[in-house]
Design a binder for this molecule. Structure first.
Ligand SMILES: C[S@@+](CC[C@H](N)C(=O)[O-])C[C@H]1O[C@@H](n2cnc3c(N)ncnc32)[C@H](O)[C@@H]1O
Length: 104
C-alpha cells in the first residue's frame, strides 16, 4: 500500500514486521523524534525490526529498542511501554485519514 503519511501526526500503522526510516529523524526536534519512535514501537510486531540511517540514534527512546547491529543501525522492538505505569495508546492529533494516493 502507498499512502501519504505524516509520521508525527497521522495514526501509526500497526502489526508491521519492518520499519525502514532512514535519514528522516535527523531533521526532527528531539521531542518529535521521541514521539515518532514511540509510534514505531507501537507499530511494530513484538519481533519487528527498525532500520535507521547511519547518523541517526534512538536518544531518549533507547529503552524501546534493542540494538541488533550497530554498524547497520538495525534494532528490534522491546516489550517495554514507552511510558511505564500508564496505559499505552499512541497520542494522535489528527483523525484517521488513510486515503491511498491516486494514480495520475
Ligand atoms: C533526507 S530524505 C531521506 C529519504 C530516504 N529515506 C533516504 O534515505 O534516501 C528525508 C525524507 O523524510 C521525509 N519526511 C520529513 N518529515 C516527515 C514526516 N513528518 N513524515 C513523513 N516523512 C517525512 C521527507 O519527505 C523526505 O522524503
Amino acid at each position: 500500500m502507498f499512502a501519504r503519511h505524516d509520521l508525527g501526526k497521522d495514526p501509526p500503522f500497526s502489526k508491521l514486521d519492518l520499519i525502514s526510516c532512514r535519514n528522516v529523524l535527523i531533521y526532527m526536534s528531539a521531542a518529535l523524534q521521541e514521539r515518532v519512535l514511540s509510534f514505531f514501537h507501537y507499530a511494530l510486531k513484538p519481533a519487528g525490526f527498525l532500520l535507521l540511517g547511519k547518523s541517526e540514534a534512538l536518544g531518549s527512546s533507547a529503552h524501546l529498542f534493542i540494538q541488533e547491529e550497530s554498524k547497520r543501525k538495525i534494532y528490534s522492538r522491546t516489550r517495554q511501554r514507552p511510558w511505564p505505569g500508564r496505559p499505552w495508546r499512541p497520542r494522535i492529533t489528527q483523525k484517521r485519514r488513510r486515503t491511498p494516493l491516486r494514480r495520475s
